[in-house]
Design a protein around this ligand. Sequence first.
Ligand SMILES: *[C@@H]1O[C@H](CO)[C@@H](O)[C@H](O)[C@H]1NC(C)=O
Ligand SMILES: *[C@@H]1O[C@H](CO)[C@@H](O)[C@H](O)[C@H]1NC(C)=O
Ligand SMILES: *[C@@H]1O[C@H](CO)[C@@H](O)[C@H](O)[C@H]1NC(C)=O
Ligand SMILES: *[C@@H]1O[C@H](CO)[C@@H](O)[C@H](O)[C@H]1NC(C)=O
Ligand SMILES: *[C@@H]1O[C@H](CO)[C@@H](O)[C@H](O)[C@H]1NC(C)=O
Ligand SMILES: [Fe+2]
Length: 469
Amino acid sequence: MGLLGSSSSCSSLVAVVLVLNVVVVCNGGKTSTFVRKVEKGIDMPLDSDVFQIPPGYNAPQQVHITQGDHVGKAVIVSWVTMDEPGSSTVDYWSENSKEKKQAQGKIVTYKFSYYTSGFIHHTTIRKLKFNTKYYYEVGIGHTTRQFWFTTPPEVGPDVPYTFGLIGDLGQSFDSNMTLTHYELNPQKGKTVLFVGDLSYADNYTNHDNVRWDTWGRFVERSVAYQPWIWTAGNHELDFEPKIGETKPFKPYTHRYHVPYKASNSTAPFWYSIKRASAYIIVLASYSAYGKYTPQYKWLEAELPKVDRTETPWLIVLMHSPWYNSYNYHYMEGETMRVMFEPWFVKYKVDVVFAGHVHAYERSERVSNIAYNVVNGICTPVKDQSAPVYITIGDGGNLEGLATNMTEPQPAYSAYREASFGHAIFDIKNRTHAYYSWHRNQDGYAVEADALWFFNRHWNPVDDSSNGQS
Ligand SMILES: *[C@@H]1O[C@H](CO)[C@@H](O)[C@H](O)[C@H]1NC(C)=O
Ligand SMILES: *[C@@H]1O[C@H](CO)[C@@H](O)[C@H](O)[C@H]1NC(C)=O
Ligand SMILES: *[C@@H]1O[C@H](CO)[C@@H](O)[C@H](O)[C@H]1NC(C)=O
Ligand SMILES: *[C@@H]1O[C@H](CO)[C@@H](O)[C@H](O)[C@H]1NC(C)=O
Ligand SMILES: *[C@@H]1O[C@H](CO)[C@@H](O)[C@H](O)[C@H]1NC(C)=O
Ligand SMILES: [Fe+2]
């Protein structure tokens, strides 16, 4: 229950108070009173256990996987070798067949200021069976390392699936806690939807790309075994003309490949995938999105393709939030909101996950699309066709928490709290998904914020926190 009551009681309160001619501001939902020690995050030192280089000549390191096609029958396997190029071959076999198959890939390298990368391998394994556990081996010819993953079930409307949500992770001691809490959450996320800002290597002198390598080794313990779906954040830009680095996203695009061509996108920063019963659209806060731009034209053509009878759950990922009531990055997402929000309402997006603000916030279902420059109608209103907006930029990087909030809490904001954590979006069937947010200070199973999502296409009844309480 919100501390300040539902917005309907709020509007009647306003009516009563207006008669009494007293000024009152219509407050939003809950601002959590959970209090923690606020301090800057501290990056784990280079000799930390989580950054250890695997032993052996040319041993593959920084192993990571992501979905490799539009439907989940392909996986992109990426890793780095340091001593020599070595082989980009991946050996793989399914759990119940000992017959080894091979996939061939390619190697890329790049330089950034004084830094020269290792040999970055990207190999796509295709024609996998759905819902199957596969083992895979990399480093063929020298030191080999073995991992495994499970492919998703075939795309379909009632396929349950559990997504984890992590954003703005970095490589601090808090980041390590967030990852540990995600791994040990008994709800067992099967795929991470990552909302941008990976390594924060750009915090170091000349964006010391060694910190991209340490980040790759740090998260390997999760991302070598389950796909992380990547979104580009501002800390992926690595744009630094002072040191001659004028090509944005250079380290990110060399290290993290995504299957953008499978959704007919022309750049790796915006793309879509289907996974189980979800249709996931990844947008780019730091690529052009004005009218006639490639991203705009792609999204305009993309949204009508989403078939809710096949994938009921329409999820959008982006880095910079549109609805954010913290005094950090306030209104940075505004120009993209103006361009795309009418489409999100028209196509009934279920939920939008963003990062960027280092805290947690969940909105009511609201839209703000009536304004036309002259009519003055520019306040967010409750809208059951609109998505819920969730800011989950609370992964725990070195910049620390965003604690300063706008006051009073706006009516669109249902819950906000400045704590590090992660979330789980657990799809049960075409009508129901259970969402929970978990803060790092709690036990692994504790839900600090939770609610049922009712699907906007199949079950579009009011699922706001007020409606449920
Ligand atoms: C990171 O977390 C893991 C798992 O909890 C732990 O084993 C490791 O010691 C931690 N490392 C650091 C540097 O905090
Ligand atoms: C991409 O475009 C091709 C050619 O127009 C089309 O056949 C295919 O269905 C499109 N794929 C997606 C995912 O939209
Ligand atoms: C690195 O992060 C700290 C903590 O937020 C900040 O004070 C500092 O300005 C950052 N340095 C660079 C070079 O970005
Ligand atoms: C919070 O942010 C507001 C707006 O930017 C600023 O005026 C205020 O000083 C900040 N408060 C603190 C405690 O930093
Ligand atoms: C969908 O899942 C919800 C929550 O688990 C359940 O209450 C409901 O009965 C399910 N619907 C169907 C048709 O199984
Ligand atoms: Fe960011």
